[in-house]
Design a protein around this ligand. Structure first.
Ligand code: AR6
Length: 170
């Protein structure tokens, strides 16, 4: 599998699946989540509501992933995952790693060969980039998957540099 790093906006990516840094409600929010629903249109939220009602009435647990259509986005699917909120007193890196492996599992079920990830948990959820980047890179590298390209789409220079260092060290 190829791992690529790009600076940019996840909603611009022409890949089979883009990943949403969602919350358990699957009903939208700010950051990546807000951008995806805004640009993808109401079809994505409608499918999220159906998934909540049929499969996850209490919400999607942290570290899990589910796929929906991508509406008006250039991708074919959105894979929604819930990253951990960063905690200073508890190591939640296994949950962040799980987001990446569960997304790749969902991608395999869809037949998606190219997947674009944002830096999950590093915005509203407060995970330091220096901690999140190696967890994300190592989880993707270790995953057994048919996905051929994983693209990390980093919103700013600081995120890009953290992922570049993590990739060099992996
Ligand atoms: N494209 C790529 N990266 C982005 C974009 C974008 N359009 N917008 C922000 N980022 P966040 P989280 C970066 O907050 O920390 C939502 O309200 C951002 O700079 O989107 O997992 C959800 O509903 C940061 O580095 O996700 C949840 O409640 C990274 O993407 C909660 O936020 C992730 O930031 C999830 O928080």
């Amino acid at each position: 599998m190829r791992i690529e790093l790009v600076k940019g906006d996840i909603t611009d990516q022409q890949v089979d699946a883009i990943v949403n840094a969602a919350n358990s409600s699957l009903l939208g929010g700010g950051g990546v989540d807000g951008a995806i629903h805004r640009r993808g249109g109401p079809g994505i939220l409608a499918e999220c509501k159906r998934i909540r009602a049929e499969r996850w009435p209490e919400g999607l647990p942290t570290g899990r992933a589910v796929a929906t259509i991508a509406g008006r986005l250039p991708a074919k699917w959105v894979i929604h995952t819930v990253g951990p909120v960063h905690s200073r007193s508890e190591d939640r890196s296994h949950l962040l790693a799980s987001c990446h492996t569960e997304v790749l599992k969902a991608a395999d079920e869809l037949g998606a060969k190219t997947v674009a990830f944002p830096a999950i948990s590093t915005g509203v959820y407060g995970y330091p980039l220096e901690l999140a980047a190696p967890v994300a890179i190592n989880a993707v590298k270790a995953a057994e998957t048919q996905v051929e390209e994983v693209r990390f789409v980093l919103f700013d220079e600081a995120a890009y540099r953290a992922f570049e260092r993590a990739l060099a060290d992996a």
